[in-house]
Design a protein around this ligand. Structure first.
Ligand code: ARG
Length: 499
């Protein structure tokens, strides 16, 4: 397209409309109702970047003069320096920035909005900002995982009770338990990275939804804004918010992981199995003896923010027709709430865990409660050829003889049930020493060195796998951070050639 392209007449009309639009509509009682300006503070910087990339591209494509581009870009620098709060009134940040540009540049400032719509603009801004936030979340999770790996390594030998249904089940270790959460957080990281890559596509240049007669270069704005590709179909690109759903769903999953961790620690604290650092505990205004795990309860509570965000988003988006509808203005807030809440929760939950004291003696004692070694005795018999189901029956009958305060049957009891069920003494299958060892929680842990199990060597192996995965996630994060930094520098230096 030539510099004096066929769009020029239309451009003049556009300027007219831009100037008068606010007087024609959006006045009266609905003015505040229509406005997203306050919420849009979140995408103020993003909008400036999107404006800059768009203006540079328009100039490169000879849609606007270099001189006009320079004036608009200079105005954008001033607007940025003044900040979001200094913007003139407007239905949203896009309109307000455009007005501020026109105030400074004059009518030519209205050329900034050539070949685009607020629809592709806002979609681009949301993706641009969410990308940054998401990388911050991923960075926080990665740091947290590194701390958990260290903590797990240090607590490989600290035996603790393991539960199912909140009932004593089998002894495990603090290291094994913590490594289990690191592994879950690794999957959460993977989901966030996946969501990032699908999010990182450029909708700009779709205009309202139906493209534009101007010769826009969408690959170029993608490059200037650090997007990895172009969201191809213009109708989908301006309408979809599925990336918000995807990110928020990944956050909801992450929050669910954290809520489980928080709940574990809350239960442990209630039994004296953990001593939280003071800064992660809270007291009661009336009961002087209390030290409550409030921070972890809030982590558990904040999971609701992510769950609510996901529900809110899906409710907002359901059944919206193509292409753009104003409902979408209320979509972003759900994702912002979720991402802020969850990112903070990662830091607090992992901070609480890594600064806590794990009282080894108390835990070891508790680890033997409720005949938690029963499975080990059954395993022992099964290793000597007794079918596991039969061995289970022997130990189950011994367990039935236990009084409320007894942790495990003695050898004589086991021997008696063996005689009953197997028709032979226990010693015909396994010697007394082995039985006594199997009844010891620490020994019980040591025997379970299957891959992924709680035996200290097995945990060492898991942590090696975890560390490799962590290293590779850190590289993936760094690559994405670098790509954004490079794009930001590129945009700055392009802008500098006009101003
Ligand atoms: N502020 C709107 C949003 O956040 C963008 C404006 C698009 N408005 C319109 N009437 N097409 O979605």
């Amino acid at each position: 397209m030539s510099e004096e392209g066929p769009g020029d007449d239309r451009l003049e009309d556009d300027i007219e409309q831009t100037v008068v639009r606010r007087d024609r509509f959006s006045g009266g009682p609905a003015r505040g109702f229509l406005s997203s300006l306050a919420d849009d503070a979140r995408i103020f910087e993003a909008d400036l970047a999107v404006d800059r990339a768009h203006v540079v591209m328009l100039a490169e494509q000879y849609v606007i003069d270099d001189e006009v581009a320079g004036e608009i870009l200079a105005a954008l620098a001033e607007i940025e320096a003044d900040g979001h709060d200094a913007l003139p009134e407007g239905e949203d940040v896009h309109e307000a920035i455009e007005s501020a540009v026109i105030e400074r540049v004059g009518e030519d400032g209205g050329k900034m909005h050539t070949a685009r719509s607020r629809n592709d603009e806002v979609a681009t801004c949301i993706r641009y900002r969410l990308r940054e936030d998401l990388l911050e979340t991923i960075a926080t999770v990665v740091v947290a995982r590194r701390q958990l790996v260290e903590m797990a390594a240090d607590h490989r030998e600290v035996v603790m009770p393991g539960y199912t249904h909140l009932q004593p089940a089998q002894p495990t270790t603090v290291g094994h338990w913590i490594a289990s959460y690191e592994q879950a957080l690794a999957r959460d990281t993977g989901r966030l990275l996946d969501a990032y890559d699908r999010l990182n596509q450029n909708p700009l240049g779709s205009a309202a939804f139906a493209g534009t007669p101007f010769d826009v270069n969408r690959e170029r704005t993608a490059e200037l804004l650090g997007f990895e590709g172009v969201a191809e179909n213009s109708m989908d690109a301006s309408a979809t918010r599925d990336f918000l759903v995807e990110v928020t769903a990944a956050l909801a999953n992450l929050a669910t992981t954290l809520s489980g961790l928080a709940e574990d620690v809350i239960v442990m604290a209630s039994k004296g199995h953990v001593e939280l650092a003071d800064e992660y505990a809270s007291t009661s205004s009336i009961m002087p003896q209390k030290k409550n795990p409030d921070t972890l309860e809030l982590v558990r509570g904040r999971t609701g923010d992510a769950t609510a965000g996901l529900n809110g988003l899906l409710t907002n988006l359901k059944g919206q027709p193509r292409a753009y509808n104003r409902d979408l203005q209320r979509a972003g807030r759900h994702a912002w709430d979720a991402i802020d809440s969850v990112t903070e929760s990662v830091e607090v939950a992992v901070g609480a865990v890594t600064t806590a004291e794990w009282p080894a003696e108390t835990l070891a004692e508790a680890a033997g409660e409720g005949f938690s070694t029963a499975t080990g005795i059954a395993d022992l018999l099964a290793m000597r050829g007794v079918p596991f189901r039969t061995a289970h029956e022997v130990v189950a009958r011994a367990a039935e003889t236990l009084k409320h305060d007894e942790n495990a049957p003695d050898y004589a009891t086991l021997d008696a049930v063996a005689e009953e069920v197997l028709g032979d003494s226990l010693s015909a299958y396994v010697d007394r020493d082995a039985v006594e060892r199997a009844l010891d929680p620490a020994e019980s842990v040591r025997t379970r060195n299957s891959r992924g199990g709680p035996a200290p060597e097995a945990v060492t192996d898991q942590l090696e796998v975890a560390t490799d995965r962590l290293d590779s996630d850190e590289r993936a994060l760094q690559d994405r951070q670098d790509a954004l930094a490079t794009a930001a520098e590129r945009l700055d230096s392009e802008v500098a050639t006009y101003v």
